[in-house]
Write a protein that binds this ligand. Sequence first.
Ligand SMILES: [Mn+2]
Length: 407
Amino acid sequence: MIMKFMHLADLHLDQSFSGIVTGDSRIKEIVLNANQKMFKNSITACLENNVSFVLITGDTFHQPKISIRTQKFFMEQLRRLEEKEIKVILSFGNHDYYTENKYWFEWPKNVILFNKEQVETKKIVMKNGEKVAFSGFSYIGPWIEHSKLMEYPARGTDVDYQIGFYHGEIGSTGRYAPFQVNELPHDYDYFGLGHIHVSQEVTQRPLTLYPGTPQGHHRKEHQVNGIVCVELSNTKPTYTWLPVASIHYQNDEILLDAAENRQMILEKLVTTILAMQRQKNLTVLSLKVRVSEQETAEILREDFDSLFSYLQDELVRQSDAEILLTDLKIELSAKKAFVMGFDSDLIDDLGHRFSEPSQFKLQGEDLFKNPLIAKYCEWDQSDIEKLLVNSSQLIKNEVDFGDEVRT
Ligand SMILES: [Mn+2]
């Protein structure tokens, strides 16, 4: 007998998409719906593949406080599975840790909740009579500072399949239930992980996978596989990835040769970007343009702002809203790069922190005391955001970051 199920983790259903600023209404629409579309696609994939059950292993929501609208949407989608009598095994991670009285709707009857920090085991009987045991736990606060693997029971003697699941990180110390790979229960049929956003096969025995997040939410989440469909049988377990994302972050670079004039540079930039390999739907592009000549670099930098905004518009237009350029960096190949020890997202995060008007005013206190500025400058929210985006860009133009050097 073959048993097929779907494993999802780290959906972060209510997380916003970082770095996306656009006036294009088609792209705004895509961004607005991307999280829900990812989950709808996932449920559709479960139905189409006729899976026996669906395993969701934590951080389904980005925050412990979940908006009522998101709750309603989530429950509605689970009900599509209920109609087909497909069970959902659901646990909570460090982001969406469980607290009792926050749900505004009743959980559909097909949902088997794991909402305790102690490892529990729950059994279900499949339509064909086979018994499956699930062992796992949930977060009830933001941290668990020790391994939970010792609590997992031995494989049940009266079950056909024993499945474990675990939201946490590999390691000896840490705040997210750090565990050692060699302590995974070898006699389980599958061990489903959550927490790490990059897909990874951790061990083959038991088959232990991090599905990774199926929908990236920022530049660093550019390696996304989707949700995972697992097949268990008497022989070796197999699995396949199913893509469900509608926004793809992509970091790329192109080379511009020497001695080209402005017309050729512009033409080459646009055609090269449009010809780049990319996935379907919306690509959010961080681009590094490498040039070999100082002169070319100077041409590009001289008109940087207007070049960047022209390219953005032109790419949206020519790609039919499938490419959004969000970062542009000019780099002279010969130059010895100045490398920061931290990742480039920190710059965006810092910028974001100052977008809160009271923070902005606090940081700019001295500046705003200047009588001229106080008199003539009114800062509304869009001015603040524009300023922050521009200043982040200035920093990114001059500096290489840890994440860019490592990849
Ligand atoms: Mn997590």
